[in-house]
Ligand binder design. Structure first.
Ligand code: GLA
Length: 379
C-alpha cells in the first residue's frame, strides 16, 4: 500500500471512531499515565502513547502539550524529535508554546480585535498591538479534561475543554475536543472538534517544535523541506497578512521542490527580513477540503522523514527565529536560534478581519472538525 493510501484508510477509520466519541472499552491511554504536577489546584498527568514500531508520544493534559515524541532514525535508534522541558515547572515558567494546543485563535489577529455580525470584540494585545495564539491564558495554558472513556484500538488520548463565553474576549461557549493517536504506521494524528452556542471564530493548531536530527542541539538549517504550496500570505512589520495571496515563484519561500531550510534563509528578501527568517502562512495546494499532504521534511544525517497531512487550508512554517539560547530545555540543552522548526496547520492568520480568506466563523449547530497527521519514515 502506498503511504497515501495507508493514510487515507487510516483517516476514514479514525473519523468513524472519533465521531463516536467513546467506545465500550474502559481502559485509557495504553502505555501509561503518571503524575506531572499541579496547575490551578488540579493534578495534571503525563500520558504515554506507544506503538509496536518504536514510536512513542508523551502528552500532558496541561495545554495538551506534546512533551516528547520518540521516533526511530535510519538505524532504528530512537530519538526525541521535539523541543520542550523535562518537567512541568519549565512549561509554567516560560514557553514559546512548545508542543501545545493553540486556540481559540492560532497565530495573529491584527489590532487585537475583530467584528462578527456587526459587533466588535476586543482581545488581549499580547504581541505588540496584536493578539497572538489566543491571548493571555489561552488553550496552551489551561488544564484539559481527559476523556477516560475513549479507548480505541490504537493508543490515543482524548482531551476536552470548555471555553467560557467571553474567555479571552471571544464570544460563545466553545466545547473543544482534541484526540491524539499514535498509529501503527508511525504517525501522530491530531483531530480537533468544536461546537459553540453562539457565533464565534476559531483556529486550532499544535505548536510542536521539531528537530529531526539532534533534539535541538544544533540548528535545523540542513533539514530539507518541501511545501505543497504555490502561494503564501505576505505579512507586514507586525507579521499580520496584508491580504495579498502571492505566488512563491522566484522567492525564497518557494519550497515546491525540496531544498535546505538554510539555503535562502539569509536572502535579502523583504518578507524574510520582516520576519527575521521564515514565519509565514503558506496556502496549501488543494482541491476540496480533504486530507492532503502539506509538507515533507527530510533530515540527511538521521535519515528521518516527516510528512504533514492536513484538512486545513494553510500552514505556518516558522524557523524558531525567536529562540535565542535563553531557554534551557530537555537534557540541559540551551535552544539556540533556529534549533527547531514548526509546521503549524491552520486557517490563515487574521482571517476574522479578512473576508477574502477562508472563513473561521463557527456558528451554533455546526461542528468544527480538523485533522492533521505527522507521519514518519526513514530513508
Ligand atoms: C508562531 C508565530 C511566531 C512566533 C511563534 C511563537 O509560529 O508565527 O511568530 O510567535 O509562534 O514564538
Amino acid at each position: 500500500m502506498t503511504q497515501t493510501a495507508a493514510l487515507l484508510g487510516m483517516y476514514a477509520a479514525a473519523l468513524a471512531l472519533s465521531f463516536a466519541g467513546c467506545t465500550s472499552h474502559t481502559s485509557s491511554a495504553p502505555g501509561g499515565k503518571k503524575s506531572f504536577g499541579t496547575v490551578d489546584g488540579k493534578e495534571v498527568f503525563l500520558y504515554t502513547l506507544r506503538n509496536a514500531h518504536g514510536m512513542e508520544a508523551r502528552i500532558t493534559n496541561y495545554g495538551g502539550i506534546i512533551v516528547s515524541l520518540i521516533v526511530p532514525d535510519k538505524n532504528g535508534k530512537p530519538g526525541d524529535i521535539v523541543l520542550g522541558y523535562d518537567s512541568l515547572a519549565g512549561y509554567l515558567r516560560t514557553t514559546p508554546y512548545f508542543g501545545a494546543i493553540v486556540g481559540r485563535y492560532a497565530n495573529r489577529i491584527g489590532k487585537a480585535r475583530f467584528s462578527l455580525n456587526g459587533k466588535e470584540y476586543a482581545l488581549a494585545a499580547n504581541d505588540g498591538t496584536n493578539t497572538l495564539h489566543g491571548g493571555l491564558k489561552a488553550f496552551d495554558k489551561v488544564v484539559w479534561t481527559v476523556d477516560e472513556t475513549y479507548a480505541p484500538a490504537e493508543p490515543s488520548l482524548a482531551l476536552t475543554y470548555v471555553s467560557k463565553d467571553g474567555e479571552e474576549g471571544f464570544p460563545g461557549t466553545l466545547k473543544v475536543r482534541v484526540v491524539y493517536t499514535v498509529t501503527d504506521s508511525n504517525a501522530l494524528r491530531i483531530e480537533y472538534f468544536a461546537t459553540s452556542d453562539a457565533p464565534t471564530v476559531l483556529n486550532l493548531t499544535n505548536h510542536s517544535y521539531f528537530n529531526l536530527a539532534d533534539s535541538g542541539r544544533t540548528a535545523v538549517l540542513g533539514h530539507e523541506l518541501l511545501l505543497d504550496a504555490g502561494r503564501f500570505t505576505p505579512i507586514d512589520a507586525g507579521l499580520i497578512p496584508t491580504g495579498e495571496m502571492r505566488s512563491v515563484a522566484g522567492t525564497p519561500l518557494d519550497f515546491r521542490t525540496s531544498s535546505q531550510i538554510g539555503a535562502r534563509i539569509e536572502a535579502k528578501d523583504e518578507q524574510l527580513l520582516l520576519a527575521r527568517g521564515y514565519d509565514h502562512n503558506w496556502i496549501i495546494d488543494r482541491t476540496g477540503n480533504g486530507l492532503v499532504r502539506a509538507a515533507r521534511v527530510a533530515e540527511p544525517k538521521s535519515g528521518r522523514v516527516m510528512e504533514v497531512w492536513t484538512t486545513e487550508p494553510g500552514i505556518q512554517f516558522y524557523t524558531g527565529n525567536f529562540l535565542d539560547g535563553t531557554i534551557t530545555g530537555k537534557n540541559g540543552v540551551a535552544y539556540q536560534r533556529r534549533a527547531a522548526f514548526c509546521l503549524e496547520t491552520q486557517h490563515f492568520p487574521d482571517s476574522p478581519n479578512r473576508p477574502e480568506f477562508p472563513t473561521t466563523v463557527l456558528n451554533p449547530g455546526e461542528t468544527f472538525t480538523s485533522t492533521t497527521v505527522y507521519s514518519f519514515a526513514t530513508q
